[in-house]
Design a protein around this ligand. Structure first.
Ligand code: ATP
Ligand code: MG
Ligand code: FE
Length: 348
């Protein structure tokens, strides 16, 4: 059977179509389409909720239509609709929910409201098949930095660590802003870092002391440290080499994320690691995770960069897992929950 997934939790309008895999197979991606309002937020240095909602409204139907064209299927082929019901911006979620409810009602198919964060993890199953149980997932995105024990993508996901302040993606965005590099910060820092020296500046590794929480993260000290470095360089008339700042910052982020993930996998006796979310598109994080997982004898799975950042395919993928597990469909009263906890995979 075929599922349509709709994503609108932040500034990306996404629609994806997947085919449910057979037993032991992951869902198959048929095609997806994305529209982004990130350009409209760039001059504000972050997402403006009202602008995001309006952009979703304007691009939703066209994005869905284009996803169908790319996938080579028709609305009459769709057996279920999945939609992000949280976490995310309330007004942005509302647009996707309204669209998904309308499609499900018009086509007379079940609707599944699913968790955006679990969706990021589910994206990986489109490329690498079903997750072994248990899997350790590092979810690194614009709003979250969480270590998860995933026993079952369709229902059993447990948080074992999180950031105590900024998310990793938020740190990228704030550092880019203070360096005058625009929004979103991740891709531009990633690119500039290629010409920099990751050892040029010794930025702090948050929460890595012997008495710090083993699986929690902190990135606000790192962001402040970058700001201090830039300020003091300017004050003393030293030129700031932006590529070196980017490479050194990126190294600090990747170092802490991978060290804690590998440690958690060892502690919990979990042998498969998935890295997901927008920051998983980062070149240095992918390389260091590969290096350290290999050294620790862990299997690493990371979706291709285009499936790491927000998209509709990941929502369709999670919907496929939820539907295949025999979940009860959501009602027409399904509502968005901006603070939906990561363990709530789908909502009635
Ligand atoms: P959440 O998923 O927590 O609700 P979100 O949906 O806004 O937040 P994503 O779309 O998953 O977040 O990820 C966006 C974040 O990923 C931004 O902070 C962006 O800077 C970061 N990002 C994107 N590409 C890269 C990259 N190549 N390197 C580092 N960070 C990146
Ligand atoms: Mg985005
Ligand atoms: Fe996201």
């Amino acid at each position: 059977s075929i599922l349509l997934g709709i994503e609108s939790s932040c500034d990306e309008t996404g629609a994806g179509l997947v085919r449910l895999g057979g037993p032991g197979e992951g869902p198959e991606l048929l095609g997806h389409e994305l529209a982004s309002s990130s350009d409209q937020h760039a001059r504000f240095g972050g997402v403006v909720p009202e602008i995001a909602s309006r952009a979703h409204l304007e691009s939703m139907t066209g994005t869905v239509r284009s996803a169908f064209a790319k996938a080579g299927v028709r609305p009459a082929d769709v057996d279920a609709v999945a939609v992000t019901c949280g976490p995310g911006l309330a007004g942005a979620l509302l647009v996707g929910l309204a669209a998904a409810k309308a499609y499900a009602a018009a086509w007379d198919v079940p609707l599944f409201g699913v968790n955006h964060l679990a969706g990021h993890v589910a994206a990986d199953t489109l490329e690498h098949g079903p997750l072994p149980s248990p899997t350790l997932a590092l979810l690194v995105s614009g709003g979250h930095t969480i270590l998860l024990r995933v026993d079952d993508l369709a229902g059993s996901i447990t948080q074992i660590g999180t950031t105590v302040d900024d998310a990793a993606g938020e740190a990228y965005d704030k550092v880019a802003r203070l360096l005058g590099l625009g929004y979103p910060g991740g891709p531009v820092i990633d690119a500039l870092a290629a010409d920099g020296d990751p050892a040029a500046i010794a930025f702090p590794r948050g929460l890595t002391g012997p008495r710090d929480a083993r699986y929690d993260f902190s990135f606000s000290g790192l962001k402040t440290s970058v700001a201090r470095y830039v300020e003091s360089s300017e004050r003393s008339g030293r030129a700031v080499r932006i590529p070196d700042v980017c490479a050194s910052f990126q190294e600090a982020v990747a170092d802490v994320l991978t060290a804690k993930t590998v440690r958690a996998a060892a502690d919990l006796g979990i042998s498969t690691v998935v890295v997901a979310g927008g920051v998983a598109a980062n070149g240095r994080l992918r390389a260091l995770a590969a290096e350290r997982c290999a050294a620790a004898g862990l299997t690493l799975r990371v979706p291709r960069p285009g499936l790491c950042t927000d998209n509709g395919a990941m929502i369709a993928a999670l919907g496929a897992h939820v539907a295949a597990a025999g979940a009860v469909p959501s009602s027409a009263l399904l509502s968005g929950d901006p603070a939906l906890p990561v363990g709530v995979v789908h909502q009635l």
